[in-house]
Design a protein around this ligand. Structure first.
Ligand code: HEC
Length: 105
C-alpha cells in the first residue's frame, strides 16, 4: 500500500526534474545562438544576454511570443536577415524559446 504511493511520488518528482532539465538546456542552447551563431546580440538589446545594441527593437520592450520570434528569424523582417538555411529548425526553435522566455523579465 505505502509502496505504491512512494512509487507514484517518485514518478511525479522525476518527471518534474526531467522536464525542468530539458527546458533549461533548450534555454541555454538558445542563449548561445543569440550571442554567437545567430549574432542576434549585435542588433538587439536583451537584458538576459547583456546586449545593448539598438539596430533592431529592444526585445525586453516588444516581448515577442515564440511564434513571433520564429517568424522573424525564419523569414527575416525589414533589414533583419532570414535565417532559414543558416540555422536548423531546432536552432530557430531554441533561440525563439530563449527570446520569448528571457524577454519577459
Ligand atoms: C542585422 C541586424 C539584426 C540581426 C543580426 C537580427 N535582427 Fe532581429 N530585427 C532587426 C531589425 C532592424 C528588426 C525590425 C524590423 C522591422 O520591423 O522592420 C528586427 C526585428 C526582430 C523581431 C521583431 C519581429 C516583429 O514581429 O516585429 C524579433 C523577435 C527579432 N528581430 C529577433 C531576432 C533574433 C532572435 C535574431 C537572431 C537569430 C535577430 N533578430 C537578428 C535587426 C536584426
Amino acid at each position: 500500500m505505502y509502496k505504491k504511493y512512494i512509487y507514484l511520488i517518485f514518478i511525479l518528482f522525476s518527471n518534474m526534474v526531467f522536464s525542468q532539465a530539458k527546458s533549461d538546456s533548450v534555454f541555454e542552447i538558445g542563449k548561445e545562438i543569440f550571442l554567437n551563431k545567430g549574432g542576434c546580440a549585435s542588433c538587439h538589446a536583451l537584458a538576459d544576454a547583456g546586449s545593448n545594441a539598438a539596430i533592431g527593437p529592444n526585445l525586453n520592450q516588444i516581448r515577442p511570443n515564440i511564434s513571433r520570434v520564429m517568424t522573424a528569424v525564419t523569414n527575416g523582417i525589414g533589414i533583419m536577415p532570414a535565417y532559414e538555411g543558416q540555422l536548423s529548425t531546432e536552432e530557430i526553435k531554441a533561440v525563439s524559446h530563449y527570446v520569448s522566455i528571457s524577454s519577459e523579465n
